[in-house]
Design a protein around this ligand. Structure first.
Ligand SMILES: Cc1cc2nc3c(=O)[nH]c(=O)nc-3n(C[C@H](O)[C@H](O)[C@H](O)COP(=O)(O)OP(=O)(O)OC[C@H]3O[C@@H](n4cnc5c(N)ncnc54)[C@H](O)[C@@H]3O)c2cc1C
Length: 394
C-alpha cells in the first residue's frame, strides 16, 4: 500500500511483453501517467525482452545503403529504465492471459495488467537466406550494404516473400534508396533494379491514389515493378515466382534483399491469445483482447479495415495504440473508467531518395487519407522521428 495525498493505493504490476517500439512507448507512457518517480514507485512496470538492445527498424532501409550504421539505430534497452520501469532480459517462455502471468527465465511473474507487444516472428522461406539478405534485421541490412559496396553492375531485386509483412512502405523505400546509391556511384546504367511482390498494388490499404503515386515513382526511377508475383522456390541465385496468370517466371539475381515470412510469435500462438487469423484479435478502439486486463498492440494484432485489408503493421500505429492502452490502464488503476480510444490517425512517410519523401496521413479507419507528395520537409520529418525516438526514450 502506498499513501498518495492521504489516499491509500495498492501498488500494481503491469507486465509489458516486448521491448520494441510498442512496448517501450507503453512503458514510458505508463510511467509518466502513473506518476512514478525514482524515489516513489506507484506501479511496477516490467518490460520483458529477449534482446539486449532495441532496434529502430524504420531506419533499416538507410542501413542498407550506408546512410546509417548499425550502432546509430540501436540502443541498450536498460537505458529505458526510469521510475518504476524494470527490464526483464530473457525469452518469454509462456503467457497465461487468464491469470495475467508470464514466465521468463523459468520464473513466473504475476501482473494486474498485461500489454502484449511481441511483434512478429521472422522466418526464412524457400531458402532465401542462401540467395540474398533479410533486410528486416540489422545483420541482413548490413550484409546487403557490404555486397552493394563491391557491386559493379547487374541485376538487383527487392523481394516480398509473403503476406502479410510489416511496414508496407519498406520494400519501396529500399528500392528507391538503392536507386539513389547506384546513381551516385555511376552504376545505374549498368543495373536492372526490380521489386517482386505478391500484392496487386503498392500499399493497397491506402487506396488507389497513394498506390498510383508509388507506381509512378517506380516508373520515374526505372524500377521495374512486378506485382502479383508469388515466390514459389529458390535455386541458388535464381528465384521462381507464380505470376498473375499462374505461369512460372524465373529471375536470376546478382544482389537481392527480401522481407521474411511474418508469423505471430509461437509463445502467443500457444497462449490462446491468437485468433483464427493466427494473429491477436483486439477491440479496434481499446486494444483489449478477449481476456480481462490483457491488451495487445502493434504488429502482433490484426485489425480489419475491410474484407480485403487489415490495418498495416507499422510503428506509427503501435505508438498510438501504446498511448491509448497506457492511458486506460492508469485510469483503471485510479478507479476511473477508460476514456481514450485508438482512432488509427497517423502519418506514414516513404523515403524516395535524394532527400525527398512522400507522406500519407489521416484516419486509416476511415480511408480518408491525404497524400503529400515528394518533398524535403517529409524527408526531414521522418529523420526527426528517428532522432526523437532515441532522444525521448533512452
Ligand atoms: C525495414 C523496416 C522499415 C520500417 N519502416 C517503418 C516506417 O517507416 N514507419 C512505421 O511506422 N513503421 C515502420 N516499420 C515497422 C515498425 O518497425 C513496426 O511496426 C514496429 O516496430 C512494431 O512495434 P511492436 O512493438 O509491435 O514490435 P517490435 O518493435 O518488433 O517489438 C517486438 C519486441 O518483442 C521482442 N520479442 C519477441 N518475441 C519475444 C519473446 N518470446 N521473448 C522476449 N522478447 C520477445 C522482440 O525482440 C522485439 O524487440 C518498419 C519495419 C521494418 C522492418
Amino acid at each position: 500500500m502506498i499513501n498518495v495525498n492521504g489516499v491509500l493505493i495498492m501498488e500494481k504490476t503491469i507486465l509489458v511483453l516486448g521491448g520494441g517500439i510498442g512496448g517501450i512507448r507503453t512503458a514510458r507512457e505508463l510511467n509518466k501517467l502513473i506518476g512514478n518517480e525514482d524515489e516513489v514507485t506507484l506501479a511496477k512496470i516490467l518490460v520483458f525482452e529477449k534482446e539486449k538492445t532495441s532496434l529502430f527498424a524504420p531506419s533499416l532501409t538507410k542501413l542498407m545503403v550506408g546512410q546509417r550504421d548499425s550502432v546509430q539505430i540501436q540502443d541498450d534497452l536498460t537505458n529505458i529504465e526510469l521510475g518504476g520501469i524494470e527490464v526483464v532480459h530473457g525469452e518469454v517462455e509462456a503467457v497465461d492471459p487468464e491469470n495475467v502471468t508470464v514466465t521468463s527465465g523459468g520464473t513466473e511473474y504475476k501482473g494486474d495488467y498485461m500489454v502484449v507487444s511481441l511483434g512478429t516472428e521472422q522466418h526464412d522461406i524457400h531458402n532465401l537466406s542462401k540467395a540474398g539478405h533479410n533486410f528486416y534485421t540489422a545483420e541482413g541490412a548490413s550484409a546487403f550494404y557490404d555486397q552493394l559496396k563491391t557491386f559493379s553492375g547487374g541485376k538487383i531485386a527487392i523481394v516480398v516473400s509473403s503476406l502479410p509483412y510489416k511496414s508496407p512502405v519498406a520494400p519501396y523505400e529500399a528500392a528507391m534508396l538503392t536507386d539513389q546509391y547506384l546513381r551516385e556511384n555511376g552504376l545505374r546504367d549498368k543495373t536492372e533494379l526490380a521489386i517482386y511482390t505478391p500484392e496487386s498494388m503498392p500499399m493497397p490499404f491506402a487506396g488507389d491514389k497513394v498506390s498510383e503515386h508509388i507506381r509512378s515513382l517506380m516508373k520515374e526511377k526505372g524500377i521495374t515493378y512486378h506485382s502479383g508475383h508469388e515466390l514459389t522456390r529458390t535455386d541458388e541465385n535464381t528465384l521462381y515466382f507464380k505470376d498473375e496468370n499462374g505461369n512460372e517466371v524465373g529471375a536470376e539475381l546478382d544482389l537481392m534483399a527480401y522481407t521474411p515470412d511474418h508469423r505471430c510469435p509461437t509463445v502467443i500462438q500457444k497462449s490462446g491469445l491468437a485468433g483464427k487469423s493466427g494473429w491477436v484479435d483486439v477491440n479496434a478502439a481499446t486494444l483489449q483482447t478477449s481476456y480481462e486486463n490483457v491488451y495487445a498492440i502493434g504488429d502482433i494484432t490484426r485489425i480489419p479495415l475491410s474484407e480485403r485489408d487489415n490495418l498495416p503493421k507499422a510503428g506509427v500505429f503501435a505508438q498510438y495504440q501504446a498511448l491509448t492502452v497506457a492511458n486506460n490502464i492508469v485510469r483503471q488503476i485510479h478507479g476511473k473508467d477508460p476514456d481514450k480510444v485508438f482512432t488509427a490517425q497517423g502519418k506514414y512517410i516513404l523515403y524516395q531518395g535524394n532527400g525527398k519523401a512522400s507522406r500519407v496521413g489521416g484516419d486509416f479507419y476511415s480511408s480518408n487519407l491525404d497524400l503529400k507528395e515528394t518533398s524535403a520537409i517529409n524527408h526531414w520529418m521522418k529523420t526527426l522521428q528517428e532522432k526523437a525516438w532515441f532522444a525521448s526514450h533512452f
